[in-house]
Design a protein around this ligand. Structure first.
Ligand SMILES: Nc1ncnc2c1ncn2[C@@H]1O[C@H](COP(=O)(O)OP(=O)(O)O)[C@@H](O)[C@H]1O
Ligand SMILES: [Mg+2]
Length: 493
């Protein structure tokens, strides 16, 4: 026991290795080499590196990358380490719910070991490494003490010069470590920890950005992983676009890389068998390689009947589209709401219905219809709880669509809270929602006019693809979103 303790003490890098000053121009080059796009984020990282260069001993802020999976949070950390020419270690905090995992066990325990932080230092072999605290929001709190309290000490520049690991029993200086955290959502991050960190959000990529990332990085990496040379295969950009559109639906590029890997493994088989020496992959080959498209034309199909509107949701893993479905059965004016909606969302269904009732004659709805029918509003994907007022416009549109028997345009998505006076109120998460709308192939989005201030944050790729309709009042939503009434109304019930 004493021996392994001494081994630990000897193995730890106690001294600071010579630090090469950071070369800012070189750092910029490295960031550009490793990542496509992300201009704002890269320039923030350059600022950070510049400050570290000018004040190496100063208290640099702790950067925290916030965003959905697969947008490059972890790999940005690796680039920062490369740009600073320091070793990189990753400490995965997902599922850590015991203080001892951070701070180590006392040596009196059988099989005691130092905690994550000291182990990572040993792995890095340098006291000034770049340490990524990955998924800091997934850190739990168990009965064995709160790991976030230990984390606070690790991240506090006043205290981390003398970090005390229970196993080591002597202070270890963490003050030269460059900490970078990542998180999917802020909800899980304890407030005091949040205070110590500077958040940098990554929203997710548009289809065009994904295509560029695939062309420049993912294909190359998957070729290498599967032992194929670049000249042995040619992938048509349209084939990549098809994979992006019909086989993945995500904010990041992780599944995209996986699907590209699948395609290339198939090519690897052909090359290994000797049946081909040069493969070309066109869009028509994709179905035989990857199977039937997973996300094709979902929107057009679902909005093909009156009563379904496409809404936009903000989730911890990026924006998403969601469908609001309304249907009517003979009854006595009842309202049923399903789909695991939270209280606020249920209330917004009621507000939407009241608005429709109040505007019935104006909308061309026979007011008597409300007494003769029960209305059911459902938001599919029932397993995920949903809440918030931002689907108000979509609910109003779905109900109006149902009762006027006019379908909602399948190219249009909407978000916005409604007031009982028919005003459209601003909502959050505009950037993520708009990116999701563009990614889903929609071409028009209806947003609250008071969210115009968020327009500048929307990536140019998404902006170019979409027509923006700014709503002051719900009536404008109806005018813009519903198809004209059909000459021969279909038998609905
Ligand atoms: N902008 C980008 N340019 C090039 N590759 C990217 C970009 N964004 C993500 N990737 C790649 O996607 C993969 C997933 O990224 P990762 O850093 O693991 O995501 P996260 O940590 O955010 O979940 C990595 O292989 C990464 O290199
Ligand atoms: Mg990661």
């Amino acid at each position: 026991m004493v021996r392994s303790y001494l081994d630990w003490l000897i193995d730890l890098p106690w001294s600071i290795p010579d630090e090469k000053p950071i070369d800012i121009a070189e750092a910029r080059k490295i960031l550009d080499q490793d990542h496509y796009g992300l201009e704002k984020i890269k320039s923030r990282i350059i600022e950070y590196l510049a400050v570290r260069k000018l004040a190496p001993g100063g208290k640099a802020p702790i950067l925290c990358f916030l965003g959905p999976p697969g947008v490059g949070k972890t790999s940005l950390g690796q680039s920062i380490a490369r740009a600073m020419s320091r070793p990189f270690v990753r400490v995965s905090l997902g599922g850590v719910h015991d203080e001892a995992e951070i701070r180590g066990h006392r040596r009196t325990y059988v099989g005691a070991l130092p905690g994550n932080i000291i182990q990572a230092i040993k792995k890095a072999g340098a006291r000034n490494c770049v340490m990524m605290l990955d998924e800091i929001d997934k850190m739990g709190r168990g009965i064995q003490g709160d790991p976030s309290a230990a984390m606070l000490e690790v991240l506090d520049p006043e205290q981390n010069g003398t970090f005390r690991d229970n196993y080591l029993g002597v202070p270890f200086d963490l003050s030269r470590v460059v900490f970078i955290a990542t998180a999917n959502m802020l909800d899980g991050v304890p407030g005091p920890l949040l205070d110590r960190m500077e958040l940098i959000s990554l929203a997710g990529y548009t289809e065009d950005e994904k295509l560029e990332i695939a062309k420049r990085y993912l294909v190359r990496r998957q070729l290498e992983a599967n032992g194929i040379k670049a000249e042995q295969v040619e992938i048509d950009p349209d084939a990549l676009r098809l994979i992006i559109k019909s086989y993945t639906r995500e904010a990041g590029v992780r599944n995209l890389e996986r699907e590209i890997g699948k395609v290339l493994r198939n090519v690897a088989v052909q090359i290994a068998e000797g049946s081909t020496s040069h493969a070309t992959i066109a869009p028509k080959d994709i179905v035989s390689l990857l199977g039937q498209p997973r996300f094709e034309n979902e929107i057009a199909q679902r909005t093909s009947i009156p009563g379904v509107a496409t809404g936009l949701a903000w989730t911890p893993v990026g924006g998403d589209i969601l469908f609001i479905e309304a249907s009517r059965t003979p009854g006595r004016g009842g309202l049923t709401i399903t789909g695991q909606l939270g209280d606020v969302m249920r209330e917004s269904v009621q507000a939407a219905l009241t608005l429709v009732k109040g505007r019935a004659s104006q909308l061309g709805i026979d007011p008597a219809i409300f007494e003769r029918s029960d209305i059911h509003v459902h938001v599919p994907a029932g397993a995920t709880p949903k809440d918030g007022p931002s689907a108000g416009v979509a609910m109003f549109t779905a109900l109006t669509s149902l009762l006027t028997d006019r379908t909602v345009r399948s190219d249009t998505a909407m978000t916005g809270e409604i007031s009982l006076r028919g005003l459209v109120l601003p909502v959050g998460g505009i950037k993520e929602k708009v990116v999701a709308a563009a990614a889903a192939g929609l071409t028009r989005v209806m947003l609250p006019a008071r969210n115009k201030r968020d327009y500048d944050d929307i990536p140019a790729g998404a902006r170019a693809k979409l027509e923006f309709i700014w709503l002051e009042r719900v009536d404008e939503a109806i005018a813009a979103a519903l198809e004209p009434a059909k000459a021969t109304p279909a038998a609905a019930e």
